[in-house]
Design a binder for this molecule. Structure first.
Ligand code: NAI
Ligand code: MG
Length: 497
């Protein structure tokens, strides 16, 4: 038996029409509308979900406002807040298999990946952020006010929650993106309206139930599923929302920033990427080849930090490209529930068409498809792992985020050349360097304009390590203690003694 049979708990969850989660209650959308979410491995309907819009967002914002201002959350001790968050982490771990099955069914990713990465990372994020709840501190400040030379002061800062936070997340890591967003918001005492992606609405609803079970009071986290243009846009522009946090495309990121101008709400954005992955001739070639394949093919390439521009030093170019192509050819494409699967489907028909369109444009512009380049099968949304060579810097496949299992390769001469190529992009999210020369690695790490530089590894994520983008890859950081800064206001209190 190589295919996992989905457990009863998940089967029941899928056969129950899913609603919105407001005030720890399951409620239908005011409009009565619903939408369906599909299993991308088959294209078949997986579940029916309430479709919220502006009216539901408004109700959820009011619930979050009430919970922020006068619910038990507002007066709860940091220790108790941390305890609930730790419990959420533990409950996620207890429900590991159920969460993993839901992620595989809704997003398509291999179950082995969801079990080893998505779900444990989400649990760990809550536990890491639980620890911060008791460690949100201000400073005391010695003043030297020049126009009051004889006065004495006691001045200090308080770090306070921003208030009601809107969070809009994508479909590539449905549970983990919810965790990245909720963790720092809750640790710092905010309340939340979360809008999951319409392609993957299920994990956040399953999580909502677990959060209530862990003791999160009503209204602290509300989940409103719905479309981006309706529910998402309403949340971004809502005058009762104090901060909006978004992960997704750079295009929508710009809309979010515009939508936020009405009440000048705080904004944090984690956007697209076209991350360079650089292999020097002095690298451990086997490790670099395997790592470069993983850098792009992990999660079907639907990873904002994916190493999608592979640059290889002249001398070893052919060897490395052949190695990555070999791995691409050997990958088993299939349903994520099949334990032999290395590469699942893309999330949707729309993404399949988008990725195919990019590869076609590369072909038309004269690039060489070393391997892959086509849809796999005619059921579900599978796309072959693809390596593209003989590109020019002005080709669409080189300039734009493809968000699929497609890597473009090019050669470089030396460190200066590698740095120039790496930075030749409006994005600045991730990057990779493969070399045994530590001096070269650190020199280049300083020169790359990106939020993360991986050296001799790729796609390593940890709740303690900040993540986010330079340039058009975003505003602010997620994870690490840096994430807390974007969920708190600083208040200066100045006392004349
Ligand atoms: P998207 O940016 O449209 O969707 C992400 C989230 O934003 C979803 O929850 C969606 O409902 C919401 N949204 C969409 N339009 C909105 C609006 N006008 N106002 C408020 N919220 C809105 O991404 P999409 O269309 O799913 O994928 C398109 C491309 O975006 C991908 O091919 C990929 O290049 C990029 N992307 C990047 C991600 C990342 O992690 N950086 C994640 C998902 C997509
Ligand atoms: Mg979209």
């Amino acid at each position: 038996m190589t295919t996992t049979t989905v457990g009863k708990r998940v089967q029941d969850f899928l056969s129950t029409p899913q609603q919105l989660f407001i005030n720890n209650d399951y409620v239908p959308a005011k409009s009565g509308k619903t939408f369906t979410t599909l299993n991308p491995a088959t294209g078949e309907v997986l579940a029916t979900v309430a479709e919220g819009d502006a009216e539901d967002i408004d109700i959820a914002v009011q619930a979050a406002r009430k919970a922020f201002s006068d619910g038990p959350w507002a007066t709860m001790s940091p220790s108790d807040r941390g305890r609930i968050m730790w419990k959420i982490g533990d409950l996620i771990s207890e429900h590991l298999e159920e969460f993993a099955e839901l992620e595989t069914l809704d997003n398509g990713k291999p179950l082995s990946v969801a079990l080893a990465a998505d779900v444990p990372l989400a649990a760990e994020l809550f536990r890491y952020m639980a620890g911060w709840a008791t460690k949100i501190e201000g400073n005391t400040i010695g003043l030297s006010v020049p126009f009051l030379p004889d006065a004495q002061f006691h001045a200090y800062t308080l770090r306070e929650p921003i208030g009601v936070v809107g969070q809009i997340i994508p479909w590539n890591f449905p549970l983990l993106m919810a965790a990245w967003k909720l963790g720092p918001a809750l640790a710092t005492g905010n309340t939340v309206v979360l809008k999951p992606a319409e392609q993957t609405p299920l994990a956040a609803l399953f999580l909502a139930e677990i959060m209530a079970q862990a003791g999160l009071p009503p209204g602290v986290v509300n989940v409103v599923n719905g479309l981006g243009e309706t529910a998402g846009a309403a949340l971004a522009s809502h005058p009762g929302v104090d901060k909006i946090a978004f992960t997704g495309s750079t295009e929508v990121g710009r809309l979010i920033a515009k939508g936020a101008t009405g009440n000048l709400k705080k904004v944090s954005l984690e956007l697209g990427g076209k991350s360079p992955n650089i292999v020097f001739a002095d690298a451990d070639i086997d490790a670099a080849v395997a790592g470069s394949a993983q850098a792009i093919f992990f999660n079907q390439g639907q990873c904002c930090v994916a190493g999608s521009r592979l640059y290889v030093e002249d001398d070893i170019f052919d060897e490395v490209v052949a190695g990555v192509a070999e791995i691409a050819k050997s990958m088993k494409i299939g349903d994520g529930l099949d334990s032999r699967t290395d590469l699942g489907p893309l999330v949707s028909d729309e993404q399949l068409r988008r990725v195919s369109g990019f590869v076609d444009s590369g072909r038309e512009q004269g690039a060489e498809i070393v391997t892959g380049g086509h849809r796999d099968g005619d059921r579900g949304y599978f796309f072959q792992p693809t390596v593209i060579s003989h590109t020019r810097p002005d080709m669409k496949v080189v300039e734009e985020e493809i968000f699929g299992p497609v890597v473009v390769v090019a050669a470089f001469k030396d460190l200066a050349d590698a740095a120039r190529l790496a930075n030749d992009s409006p994005y600045g999210l991730g990057s990779g360097i493969w070399t045994k020369d530590i001096s070269k690695a650190h020199k280049l790490a300083k020169q790359i304009r990106a939020g993360t530089v991986y050296v001799n590894c790729y796609n390593v994520f940890d709740a303690a390590m900040p993540f986010g983008g330079y340039k058009e890859s975003g505003w602010g950081r997620e994870m690490g203690h840096q994430a807390l800064d974007s969920y708190t206001e600083v208040k200066s209190v100045c006392v004349r003694l």
